[in-house]
Design a protein around this ligand. Structure first.
Ligand SMILES: [Zn+2]
Length: 168
């Protein structure tokens, strides 16, 4: 190794780090993930105020009560509540930039789902637009939200602002 002195400063070093997790899904998430494998979107309704959480979960974080009722099957259509146009590539995202991340309020749900938008010009993306899920081929479905590839615009009038403003 050379012992020559240098004034060069190391500005960046690369230190790959990886953590593997074993995640215990529990009853509620298990039901949700098994439904995903069947192409169904399952939420659950809070017994106090009736809000529908998607994905389903075992308790309501607002009221601190268990959610044990029947699951609520949701449509794969919804309203784009907010979005972000991503122009910087990320190693964990196998997409060419720019791409669009979106928060979608599925029809019948009271919580938003973060996903991707496709088949849409960047200049056309806007809050309130109606969208529909684009699924992988059925034979590729697993217990994963990744069965939905992305959302794409629906040929419908925009949703009223009042219908999604509390989710922004
Ligand atoms: Zn609640």
């Amino acid at each position: 190794m050379s012992e020559e002195a240098t004034d060069d400063v190391v500005k960046v070093i690369r230190t790959p780090v990886q953590l593997d997790y074993n995640y215990s899904a529990g009853k509620s998430a298990t039901r949700f993930l098994r439904a995903m494998k069947e192409g169904k979107l399952i939420g659950q309704r809070c017994p106090v105020d009736g809000r529908v959480y998607f994905p389903s979960r075992g308790s309501c974080p607002m009221h601190g009560v268990p959610i044990e009722g029947e699951p609520v099957e949701l449509a794969d259509t919804g309203t784009l509540v907010t979005f972000s146009i991503v122009r910087i590539p990320a190693e964990a995202v196998p997409l060419d930039v720019p791409f669009v991340t979106v928060q979608v309020l599925l029809d019948g749900a009271d919580t938003v789902l973060m996903h991707l938008l496709g088949n849409c010009e960047l200049d056309d993306v806007h809050m309130g637009m109606r969208v529909k899920a684009v699924w992988k081929p059925k034979e590729e479905w697993t217990e994963s939200v990744a069965n939905i590839l992305y959302f794409e615009p629906l040929d419908e009038p925009d949703a009223d602002y009042d219908s999604y403003k509390e989710h922004i």
